[in-house]
Design a protein around this ligand. Structure first.
Ligand code: ADP
Ligand code: ASP
Ligand code: MG
Length: 437
């Protein structure tokens, strides 16, 4: 069985839904995961923001706009009146339901119900379309098998058990279809796997059913070796190790959600990034096979804050780093990059919610400095320390750019630079020139 996940851009219009319907009918026993149509989740978040702020009018306007958009999609998608009516009835039901929340107490629980409707809409529209075409499809409700635990992490045992039982119920179905992103929590309420979480759903399903491959379909040609919005002449990367993909996903190459790597990596299932617009192009293969002697790609992550703590007490002392890290832990802030010397430590964070408190607490141990609006540039490839040459080429590319931190040796797969946000484009272009041309 192959898992095929289509992102919001791939199902973003009636025409694209029809195109995806053709793609999923190729091969047999595919397990299809869909995101919400592009823009939908954002609108649902907007609606729930209005409801949190008790602005029923704002909510109603946004609901009406979204509902009109779906009316247009439905009018175009189906060729028979019967399918059109069925789909319209489903969509009306969803929007009427969302409207009932304008009259109720509104909490996180209701908000998650609303945000989850996008994937329910896209999968139902697809199921009705396939039925109209005479394709036998089994729609499996994600809310019946996707579950997160108390920590918000997927309960993989539960997912495997429930999904195995569901598949056994429909052993002859030639095609399975389900919602990405949505799940239930330990209170059995509707919850989700966080923004972009449909990739995670696909990977969890792949691991649970022991799929032969997990395909992530999007609107660009695989993973690019640099950001195509900033650098001209980027090229698609044909092969990545899981760890390289994880570094790239985390450091800004938006094409694959980083959480999606782990389940596939542990289950040893290859992930293939494919382009919905060019379905026969080779895409990017991600697996556990290392490749030596190449630099694969460059990615960048914006809005990074650097924090430095200097202290003479650190000299020859033990336990200093633990104290520093405990402060970040107590404020639920994770550290991305870290560099140490005998008299100081620099760290970077991207979540600044508790920056003030962290800086306040760090001042107990030394002098603290903060640099805002920084950017992490991450170069990914075979960076095994015993190789010579790659790190020096990357450094050479950065020779005219002020670099705040460098991290090398943390893994065999990357070297990262922390630079000013305003120097990002210059750094990406220079690295591309030195490493790929
Ligand atoms: P999907 O619908 O496939 O999940 P999204 O609509 O969530 O996709 O957003 C992913 C989009 O972001 C893609 O259209 C892609 O073109 C774009 N994108 C963002 N950052 C990058 C990057 N570094 N490299 C390539 N594409 C990017
Ligand atoms: N629809 C959700 C989002 O926009 C999940 C996803 O697309 O992966 O975040
Ligand atoms: Mg997406």
């Amino acid at each position: 069985m192959k898992v095929m996940k289509f992102g919001g851009t791939s199902v973003g219009s009636a025409q694209r839904i029809q195109h995806v319907a053709d793609l999923i009918c190729r091969g047999s026993r595919n397990f299809v995961v869909l995101s919400a149509m592009s823009g939908t989740t954002n609108s649902l978040v907007e609606i729930s923001d209005y409801l949190f702020n008790r602005n029923a009018e704002g909510a109603r306007e946004t609901i009406d706009r979204l509902s009109a958009k779906y009316r247009g999609v439905i009018a175009e998608l189906y060729s028979t009146a019967e399918a059109r009516e069925k789909a319209q009835q489903y969509a009306d039901g969803v929007f009427d339901y969302i409207k009932t929340f304008t009259k109720k107490l509104f909490t996180q629980v209701e908000s998650k119900i609303i945000i989850g409707q996008g994937e329910l809409l896209s999968t139902h529209l697809m199921a009705f379309y396939l039925e109209e075409k005479g394709v036998a499809v089994q729609l499996l409700p994600a809310l019946d098998f996707m579950k997160i635990d108390m920590q918000g992490e997927p309960d993989t045992e539960y997912i495997r058990e429930k999904l195995t039982a569901l598949l056994a119920k429909y052993p002859k179905a030639p095609l399975y279809l389900t919602q990405g992103f949505i799940c239930r929590n330990t209170h059995d309420e509707i919850d989700n796997l966080q923004r972009g979480g449909s990739d995670y759903t696909a990977s969890l399903i792949g691991a649970a059913v022991g799929a032969e491959e997990i395909q992530i379909w999007t609107d660009i040609d695989g993973m690019h070796n640099n950001d195509p919005r900033i650098v001209d002449h980027t090229a698609a990367v044909r092969h990545l190790h899981f760890e390289e993909a994880a570094e790239l996903g985390y450091f800004g190459a938006k094409i694959l959600h980083p959480t999606c790597i782990q389940p596939a990596k542990f289950a040893g299932i290859p992930v293939l990034l494919l382009n919905t617009m060019e379905p026969d192009a080779p895409g990017t293969l991600i697996d556990n096979v290392p490749e030596t002697g190449t630099i694969k790609a460059i990615a960048a992550k914006d809005n990074i804050t650097a924090i430095r703590i200097k202290s003479s007490r650190m000299l020859l002392a033990h336990g200093f780093l633990r104290k520093v890290f405990e402060i970040f832990e107590s404020w639920q802030t994770s550290i991305d990059m870290i560099c140490t010397s005998e008299v100081g430590v620099s760290m970077s964070i991207d979540n600044t919610r508790h920056l003030g408190e962290i800086v306040h607490d760090l001042k107990k141990y030394g002098t603290v400095g903060v640099d805002l609006d920084m950017c992490i540039i991450c170069v990914v490839g075979d960076m095994d320390w015993e190789n010579v040459g790659f790190e020096s080429r990357a450094m050479e590319a950065m020779k005219d750019i002020p670099v705040r931190m460098i991290s090398y040796g943390g893994s065999n797969y990357n070297i990262s630079f922390l630079v000013r946000g305003e120097d990002k484009a210059r750094a990406l272009r220079s690295l591309s020139k030195c490493l790929f041309e």
